[in-house]
Design a protein around this ligand. Sequence first.
Ligand SMILES: C[S@@+](CC[C@H](N)C(=O)[O-])C[C@H]1O[C@@H](n2cnc3c(N)ncnc32)[C@H](O)[C@@H]1O
Length: 292
Amino acid sequence: MSQNYAAKLSHALWRIYHRPERPSPWASGGNLPWDDPDFSRRMLREHLDESHGAASRQTAERAAQINWLWQKLQLQPGHHLFDVTCGPGFYMAEMAKRGCRVTAVDFSPAAIAYAQTLAADTGTADQCIIIQQDIGQFGWPTAVFDAAILLYGQLAVFTRAEAQAILAGIARSLKPGGKLCLELLNQERVDKSDSNWWFTDDRGLWGDAPFLHLGERFWRADEAVSVERFHILHLETGQMDEILLCDQTYAIAEMTNLLRQAGFSNVAAFLDWDGLPLYDAEEWVVYVAESC
Ligand SMILES: C[S@@+](CC[C@H](N)C(=O)[O-])C[C@H]1O[C@@H](n2cnc3c(N)ncnc32)[C@H](O)[C@@H]1O
């Protein structure tokens, strides 16, 4: 063991030892490093892995969602759809194949590159505008889109105030009467216990060389936030990553109110993905709301 390696390892272990007992939500980040080029490349592998639906849902499940969205958002060929946090563009490409124009935004470089390839491969490049940007800093246009989607819970990694600003931005970007579909975790189903776990792997989301993952989860009942803290120790180098992942949960009444304050009306909340056959349907609430 080199001295340098031993020093790094020792430093990492003491950092773990001295970690704050209960991290404050958003004290140091609060989202996965989706926009890190290496992480985004590894995450893309997970999006494309059809053996699970953890990053993007599997193709058959997406097909059911797309039929549902088409109907609930009253989409038609020629409509302009806004896919907020589009990931690799699976929904974008399907909606474009049905004749929509789609503006898709995400800040993961690998996901955006894949979405561009997908648009070209499906012959829909002319209908798709693909933007690599952080939605926390997006310049929302005014009255451009017929409908918008924000799927797989990503709004939850923002604080309440940031989420409110994003929802207001989406409302502004929709034409009057334009519809939003927003998917968020069902607060009643969220795990509210504190827990910790660990595993080792030689390849995965955290790296392409052996690592040790130490995970902790904290439920902050006062703020209704789930906080996960990961220490990832890279065994070949002694480097350590520390990641905080926050999930703000909302009661249905609270989110309905937030949507109204952001400029939406006719808010409908669907439990269990309205009965669609998704493996984790019961974990989610899907909101459909109309821009005023
Ligand atoms: C769970 S994935 C879902 C992707 C896609 N909606 C789907 O279901 O296939 C979440 C996506 O949100 C994106 N994302 C997270 N935070 C973001 C931010 N602040 N700005 C833009 N994109 C973000 C990530 O890069 C990732 O592609």
